[in-house]
Design a protein around this ligand. Structure first.
Ligand code: ZN
Length: 76
């Protein structure tokens, strides 16, 4: 699959770190599966994973956490 941004790079499966900021809280998810462009570094994350991360972030914020770094673990 070619990159849609630069049209040159190839998208390769890899992992990335996602930072979400919500209500003044910062939540970092490490090791999130993504497609990464080997040319421009653009990353594509599955919509399902994105909404999963947002849900998790919401729960974390609800618990009053301001900064949280966690490993991404796929939902069973
Ligand atoms: Zn690219």
């Amino acid at each position: 699959m070619k990159c849609m941004i630069c049209k040159h790079g190839e998208m390769e499966k890899g992992f990335t770190t996602i930072t979400l900021e919500k209500d003044g809280a910062t939540i970092l998810f490490k090791h999130v599966p993504a497609l990464l462009c080997d040319n421009c570094g653009e990353k594509y994350i599955d919509e399902k994973i994105t909404s999963e991360l947002l849900t998790k972030a919401q729960e974390i914020v609800k618990n009053g956490v301001e900064v949280d770094i966690r490993e991404y673990t796929p939902a069973a």
